[in-house]
Design a protein around this ligand. Structure first.
Ligand SMILES: [Zn+2]
Length: 141
């Protein structure tokens, strides 16, 4: 099991009217064993270690403004989230294709390394045109 070493990042709750509201989470859960960071930007990198300290932070002007902005831009955030989902999906596909390509290239490299090792071990002279052609053939797929 992976150990959690990073502080958790705070996300406000949503009330029954669909607005973001502050709710200080319990710090007695394993998820907050390393504290809580707030994305509002009041104190960049600051990690809160207790519910009291975090709830004080939530009353700061910058944090309150951040929450207001979050509520004012809800629709934009939803649209942005949809765009990001599409990007993540497309990138997963790209990564999958690149992994296949990488695997294929690794196989080629392994094969060619074996061939070179064989040639070097047997002391066979490499004929320039023949070796160039076979190396190119291998790199085409
Ligand atoms: Zn904050």
């Amino acid at each position: 099991m992976e150990l959690i070493t990073e502080p958790d990042v705070y996300t406000p709750n949503m009330n029954d009217k669909g607005n973001y509201v502050d709710k200080t989470p319990s710090f007695k859960t394993p998820a907050l064993a390393n504290g809580l960071r707030c994305p509002c930007g009041t104190r960049k990198g600051k990690v809160y270690s207790s519910a009291q300290l975090f709830s004080l932070h939530c009353k700061s002007k910058t944090h309150e403004k951040w929450l207001e902005d979050l509520n004012a831009n809800k629709t934009n955030l939803f649209t942005e989230n949809e765009k990001l989902r599409d990007i993540v999906h497309a990138q997963k596909i790209m990564i999958g294709k690149m992994e296949l390509e990488l695997s294929s290239k690794n196989m080629t490299i392994n094969y060619l390394t074996q061939e070179v090792t064989k040639i070097m071990n047997t002391g066979t002279k490499i004929q320039h045109t023949a070796s160039t052609a076979s190396a190119n053939d291998m790199l085409m797929f």
